[in-house]
Design a protein around this ligand. Structure first.
Ligand code: C2E
Ligand code: MG
Ligand code: MG
Length: 548
């Protein structure tokens, strides 16, 4: 960029020099014409026409190199040239220069038109046609300049939440209308001192001078974008409410170059989406590491599915009073060939953010059923094999069919199978979840509500879903002995569970006092380190065979 500017300046300087030189030469040539013998007599040739054509060419080149300054320079040069010719007309009373003056004037008009056109083309190249804001190219150019000037600013990366819904359901015409309206709101909020641009789709970047009250502006922005949007077409009106997520990054505190500014703001935006959308998150360094680790774990999961590095462990569940084995909860584990392990808490949450969890759940269902199907029928007693279902899966059409297919294929006794669902997944897609649950129950599979009490609608689901087992979350068990509240809550859950015809299990039981309280309150089953940690397959099998 710097080099280009320097070259332009050098070029313009030498062009001016050449122009002035030609201006000096012209009167000399006028006085000393070239004579050419045509066979009969000498003819004088006037070279002024050629020289003035060269001078015009120089002006054209100067304008091409710099549309604004170049035009001013060219107009000054042409005016000087015209002045010189006018003086010559007055001085020598010779009117032969008059066509040259007219020619130069026409050239000056042509130069102005040319400069305007070039400027318009340049503006179009950096403008978003739909909204009239800067486009990606314009933004990058602006950022390059701003970072060179070293004036602090805040960059906001704005993404409209679930905008895809509008395009998919209402069509692109409405989508465009919405984008125009939102961009209008953004420019009104940020005012003239800030820059607004549209990167494409529903992504916008705003640049606010550091002096502005960035926090207040951002809050105002989120508020304004959330206001009602009215879409009109064919006399019908549609009202729409949208939200936006924002990632913010500070120059020069967070980073100093254009690419990193956009990348970091995007990372912050990603966090804002993860935290539930409709919010602004400021970038900090730890986020970058988190994103890096996320990508790393994602590729580990893909490789492990392909090369079969996953395996299952089984944590025993016991009857609370008699310590008779009830069955096992299936828990997935991942160890790489070099011995490094990734904790399920980490890879499950990464997988849940991508569609990899669908493959993982399918893998667990198939493997657990395969490992136990043969033995389930040979055990003297009936045990329950419990399998965790991720939120994404239970709310996905086709999940129940996948499980039923695996049951058929392995001939696993369906009544010995239990699917553990977490309540928070039910909030958004209760209908599909109910459909899946009903299909599973139809063939005799039991349903457990995992991590019970951590969601905010626990009790309301009990009446809507036919649940067989409630799993009291470990966090409540941890609080036993700390205060009376947890104990009262546990007691209430057990009572309510029983009232709804459910059995109740407590997970994460580690201490004697926890166990005795749970026994005393009538909890049906116990799962926890107090009696067993998750066991490798062979050990779990042995336990089941010997626990008669
Ligand atoms: P969860 O379903 O609530 O599983 C119980 C977790 O508590 C397991 O952790 C288990 O090892 C742990 N735990 C059990 N008893 C005790 C105890 O007494 N003390 C302590 N400190 N911990 C105990 P894990 O295996 O790390 O699994 C964590 C979570 O990952 C699970 O929570 C579940 O949500 C998810 N997960 C594990 N395996 C699978 C799977 O195969 N599929 C899916 N979708 N999720 C899974
Ligand atoms: Mg579980
Ligand atoms: Mg749990």
């Amino acid at each position: 960029m710097k080099l280009r500017k320097k070259t332009t300046n050098v070029f313009i300087f030498f062009s001016i020099l050449a122009f002035v030189l030609l201006m000096i030469i012209i009167p000399y040539i006028e006085r000393n014409p070239i004579y050419v013998f045509d066979g009969q007599k000498y003819q004088s040739i006037n070279m002024n026409g050629i020289i003035s054509a060269f001078m015009s060419l120089i002006c054209i080149l100067i304008v091409c190199m710099s549309y604004k300054t170049g035009l001013i320079i060219s107009l000054i040069l042409m005016t000087l040239f015209n002045l010189q010719m006018t003086l010559a007309v007055i001085r020598y009373q010779s009117y032969s220069a008059l066509p040259g003056i007219a020619n130069a004037l026409i050239y000056m008009i042509a130069l102005i038109i040319m400069s305007r056109q070039l400027q318009r083309r340049q503006t179009d190249a950096v403008t978003d046609i739909l909204t009239g804001l800067l486009n990606r190219r314009g933004l990058i150019q602006y950022l390059e300049r701003a970072t060179k000037e070293k004036k602090p600013f805040t960059l906001l990366y704005v993404d409209i939440d679930d905008f895809k819904y509008i395009n998919d359901n209402l069509g692109h015409k409405y989508g465009d209308q919405v984008l125009v309206e939102l961009s209008r709101r953004m420019t009104t909020i940020i005012g003239e001192k800030a820059i607004a641009s549209r990167l494409g789709g529903d992504e916008f970047v705003l640049i606010l001078p550091a002096k502005e009250d960035v926090e207040g502006l951002t809050q105002n922005l989120l508020f304004k974008l959330n206001e009602k949007i009215t879409l009109k077409a064919d006399e019908t009106e549609n009202n729409l409410y949208l939200t936006a997520s924002v990632g913010s990054v500070k120059y020069p505190d967070d980073c100093r170059d254009t690419q990193s500014l956009l990348k970091y703001a995007d990372i912050a935006l990603y966090q804002a989406k993860n935290l539930g959308k409709n919010k602004c998150v400021s970038f900090d360094k730890a986020m970058e590491q988190e994103i890096f680790r996320h990508a790393e774990v994602e590729s580990i999961i893909k490789e492990s599915l392909l090369k079969d590095y996953f395996y299952l462990v089984y944590q025993p569940q016991y009857e609370a009073g008699t310590k008779r084995l009830r069955g096992f909860e299936t828990l997935i584990r991942l160890t790489m060939p070099d011995g490094t392990s990734v904790a399920p808490g980490e890879f499950i949450s990464v997988a849940e953010k991508t569609d990899l969890i669908i493959l993982i759940d399918e893998y667990v269902v198939n493997r657990a059923l395969r490992e136990f199907s043969e033995y389930m029928k040979s055990f003297n007693r009936r045990y329950t094999l419990s399998i965790n279902v991720s939120a994404k899966n239970i709310c996905r059409r086709g999940f129940a069919d996948m499980v039923i297919k695996a049951v058929d294929k392995t001939q696993f006794p369906a009544e010995c199978l239990e699917m553990e669902i977490t309540e928070y997944c039910l909030v958004n897609s209760l209908d599909i979840a109910v459909e899946n649950i009903n299909k599973l129950k139809e063939i005799g599979i039991q349903i457990a509500l995992d991590d019970f009490g951590t969601g905010y609608a626990s009790l309301s689901y009990l009446s809507k879903l036919s649940v067989d087992l409630l799993k009291i979350d470990k966090s409540f068990i941890d609080d036993i002995g700390v205060g009376r509240k947890a104990e009262e809550f546990i007691s209430a859950v057990i009572t309510i569970g029983h009232l709804h015809g459910c059995k109740v299990i407590s997970e994460g039981v580690e201490q004697e006092n926890q166990l005795s309280l749970l026994q005393q309150k009538g909890c049906d089953f116990i799962q926890g380190f107090i009696w067993n940690k998750p066991l490798p397959y062979e050990e779990a099998l042995n336990l089941a065979q010997n626990n008669l």
